[in-house]
Write a new protein. Structure first.
Ligand SMILES: Cc1ncc(COP(=O)(O)O)c(C=O)c1O
Length: 458
């Protein structure tokens, strides 16, 4: 993980000008996307298949992907650093994934009975994450939902703790203080429990206590105030739904110790960091093994696959049927075949060495551009993931993240997009994902677009 910082000027007028000009170019390049959005609005609610696909200035409709590239329906090619919200560590149509999926499709895709591949996948996850027992699911949401259920089932307590600004999917218990506004968050030492979605009963929101990231005194106070009632805490070990916010030294080990002192459990949500921050995810990077870990996104090589791993003590409650971890498609042979290919043929040591070299190249070049143009920004990266933080000081929690002017990220996104690089939408929230199929030339285009963006502002 690396964090580097630099010195802020009022660029408001330049930002507004660039947003207008770059959005105009964006829309001009994509007439067929606009037409498809229009047509879709009659049959797909909001004209998209998931609400976060509704992005400004318009949704981009894709036709296909190959290697490190994706193609929109207007025929534009992009270096894909969106990675399908962080899932495409394999890139697109990776030969190992294609071969594994093709072989399994021809042998049947669903039985709801265990297949041998699942044991190979579980064994490799156990080796990488240092947790002995695993089960599977189909999405990050399902994985974190099982983690929360498990913590409650084991401790027979109802309260859970989550960190302000972390996203753990769209089940009720974690739809709290995901992206609250500055006037909603309340006192930093005891943040408000802000509902993050309509449709979640207050009675459930009340069971999710909120604490700041990197705030051990806050966690201790919360545990003491609710002694004997907290089942556990779920946290992104490296926050990745607020740009990238690394944990401070001792934070995660200190959290684990405090929770255990209070008879509570620690769950890492590695849905985003799993396999992307490194071969053993953030767990390997930070050197702290939680009681429960949740994986999804990248492990499936582009198919829906998720996993929950736990200590023997935790998973005993699943093994003995006390907590029934179920799902028709759990461990589905197609998902298992793709996940096996990811673990044994795609996310290899050699692939991580190549990604590290691209990461270093991108970060060094971005830092040079930031210095040369005197931008008030810095770069944060973790393995295949990285982002520019448009603020001179490092960000240590969600409150710091709230202070970032999102217009910088939007203009940067537009420059990259119009210049043939597809970053994830949603500005400062998201980060890039490099895949095992990206090349030096891809990174050079990425850097060249950043240089043009910086020059346009400064
Ligand atoms: C950290 C984290 N956890 C959980 C989820 C939910 O995953 P899914 O969208 O697969 O349900 C996400 C999705 O972005 C995520 O970023």
């Amino acid at each position: 993980m690396s964090v580097q910082t630099h010195p802020v000027r009022d660029l408001s007028a330049a930002l507004e000008r660039e947003i207008e000009e770059q959005e105009r170019r964006f829309v001009a390049r994509q007439p067929r996307s606009a037409a498809l959005s229009d047509r879709a609005s009659h049959t797909l609610a909001g004209g998209v298949t998931s609400s976060w696909q509704i992005t400004r200035p318009q949704a981009v409709w894709l036709s296909h992907g190959a290697g490190s590239k994706i193609y929109d329906v207007d025929g534009n090619e992009y270096v894909d650093l969106h990675g399908g919200y962080g899932a495409a560590l394999a890139g697109h149509a990776h030969p190992a994934v294609v071969e594994a999926v093709q072989r399994q499709v021809a042998r049947g895709t669903h039985f709801a009975q265990p297949t041998e591949t699942a044991t190979e996948v579980a064994g490799e996850l156990a080796r990488r994450w240092g947790l002995p027992l695993w089960r599977f699911a189909n999405s990050g949401t399902e994985a974190t939902m099982d983690a929360v259920h498990l913590m409650r089932a084991i401790t027979e307590r109802d309260l859970i703790i989550k960190v302000e600004g972390c996203y753990h999917g769209h089940h009720d218990s974690v739809q709290v203080s995901v992206s609250p506004e500055a006037d909603e968050v309340g006192n930093a030492s005891r943040p408000n429990q802000v509902p993050s979605s309509t449709g979640v009963p207050k009675a459930i929101t009340d069971l999710t206590l909120v604490v700041g990231f990197n705030d051990l005194p806050g966690l201790q106070a919360l545990l003491e105030a609710n002694a004997g009632n907290v089942a556990g805490m779920i946290v992104e070990p490296i926050m990745m739904n607020a740009g990238i916010i690394p944990p401070e030294d001792g934070y995660l080990s200190g959290a684990k110790e405090l929770l255990h002192q209070h008879g509570a459990l620690l769950a890492f949500d590695e849905v985003k960091t799993g396999l992307t921050a490194g071969p053993s995810g953030a767990t390997g990077v930070v050197g702290v093994t939680p009681d429960i870990v949740c994986l999804a996104k990248a492990i499936g090589g582009g198919l829906a696959s998720a996993a929950v791993g736990g200590t023997a003590a935790v998973m005993e409650h699943v093994a003995n049927g006390e907590y029934e971890m179920v799902g028709t498609f759990n461990g589905n042979p197609l998902a298992m075949a793709a996940t096996r290919a990811m673990l044994f043929d795609v996310a290899t040591d050699e692939a991580y060495r190549a990604i590290e070299s691209l990461r270093a190249k991108a970060v060094d070049a971005f830092e040079s551009v930031i210095s040369a143009h005197g931008l008030d920004a810095h770069v944060v990266s973790a393995g295949a993931k990285g982002c520019v933080v448009f603020r001179p000081e490092p960000v240590r929690d969600y409150r710091g993240f709230l202070e970032i002017d999102d217009r910088f990220n939007h203009v940067h996104w537009l420059y990259q997009h119009n210049g043939g690089v597809f970053l994830p939408p949603w500005g400062k929230v998201e980060q890039w994902l490099m895949s095992v199929q990206h090349t030096e030339a891809d990174i050079e285009l990425f850097v060249a677009n950043f240089e043009r963006f910086a020059a346009s502002l400064t």
